[in-house]
Design a protein around this ligand. Sequence first.
Ligand SMILES: Nc1ncnc2c1ncn2[C@@H]1O[C@H](COP(=O)(O)OP(=O)(O)OP(=O)(O)O)[C@@H](O)[C@H]1O
Ligand SMILES: [Mg+2]
Length: 461
Amino acid sequence: MQLRDYGRVIARRWWIILLFALAGAATAYGLSKLETPMYRSSAKLYVSPVRPDYGLTLVIQNLIRSYGQQITSERFLRQINEELKLDLPPGALRGRTNVVGTADNLAIQIDFDDPNPLVAQRVARALAQKFVEEHQRRMLAVEPRDKIEIDIFDEPQPGALNRPRTATNTAAGAVLGMLLGLVTIFLLEYLDDTLKGQESVDRFVKLPTVGTIPRIAGPGTTGGQTFGRRSPGGAAAMTQAGGNGRLINHRNPKSPVAEAYRQLRTNIQFASLDKPLKTILFTSAGPQEGKSTTLANLAIAIAQTGSRVIAVDCDLRRPTLHTLFGVKNAAGLTTLMVDPTLDDLHTQETEVPNLLVLPTGPIPPNPSELLGSRRMSEIIERLRGEADYVLFDTPPVAAVTDAAVLATRVDGVLLVVMANKTKRELAQKARAALEKVGANVIGVVLNNVKYDTSLHNYYAD
Ligand SMILES: Nc1ncnc2c1ncn2[C@@H]1O[C@H](COP(=O)(O)OP(=O)(O)OP(=O)(O)O)[C@@H](O)[C@H]1O
Ligand SMILES: [Mg+2]
């Protein structure tokens, strides 16, 4: 993974980081609010020798460390507990007492925490006073020149809020949440075995990408803006009638989706320089990956160049082309199967000039058999003579054999891959199934790729 890839991984799922950060901050905030507020009061003591002497100062520096232990000793705290009638368990009392000795400054700071700021002050003062008294008593037995004086320098004030540190905790919770979010998105990325963009198609499916179709926003697709101006008649009217927004308006040359289908058309024309591609089959590994949508829009793009196109619905399991183009499905491919003459091809005109649709007709119980029949070959030959391009819509190749059966009878096969949905392994299986029967797989149409308007570029990885 390169730095750019890390950026893309984060850009794709940044909201997870945000969500985790918010959850972390909220949790830390909530926990802080649950904590009983503790107020801290501090007394500051200064330790000084009566006779200024370097040797004695060194002794005091060592002593200061032991003073801390004396103040937090069980005996000392028990006495304070009794004298002040605090009624606190010894453990709790020690837990709330904190002694910091700064040997360099010859100072000792005694802190005491309590939910009541005044109690905190009272205990801190008592701790300091009692310690000073005990010390003075001990000093009675010491020679005057070796005496050490301890004075209360700063009288303890009423306690100030010490815990919870809500702001710090909330910030720490947010940072922790962000880190967890980062780990999560990289874990998701690692576990995600779907095809994302051209790079992953190259790497895993090992087929050329002949087209990259952006996500179509609008009614009937994924919601949002519609591409193109609506006008009576033509593709735009169809968009409103049958297409349900899936057939984009090619009259609007600025539409990035329309441009993408035109690009696909051009690439197919380039691919057919050596061996003409007149009959093209559309399939995908799994269901709902955009076979019918891609076929229909490409058919429009080709028809708009003046070439005659027939879109044939061979998906006898889930027919869609008649709905997409808004035509009747009373008669169609299956009607031709039982018509010995083939005089009437049952193709229907659409609102796009040069574009004809052959719907499925009534659905039979044995689709694979019908599509594999000799009769089907005759129909394909007959359709070939009627148009410049014949496009076949089929069911998913990894699910049923229909597409593989037909694939050998057409000039080329396009494998539609839906970005972020089609699994790598399933796409590999689809390719293998098509190659096994000797189909001419032209390449992959990468569908439903996020279109980045700011960059005017397609990206998915
Ligand atoms: N480029 C796209 N942008 C947005 N939505 C899309 C795109 N391509 C397909 N879809 C949506 O995905 C869904 C499936 O599309 P479509 O029917 O074309 O897939 P299919 O592979 O033919 O499905 P089936 O396996 O059922 O035949 C539809 O709701 C369609 O609107
Ligand atoms: Mg379909």
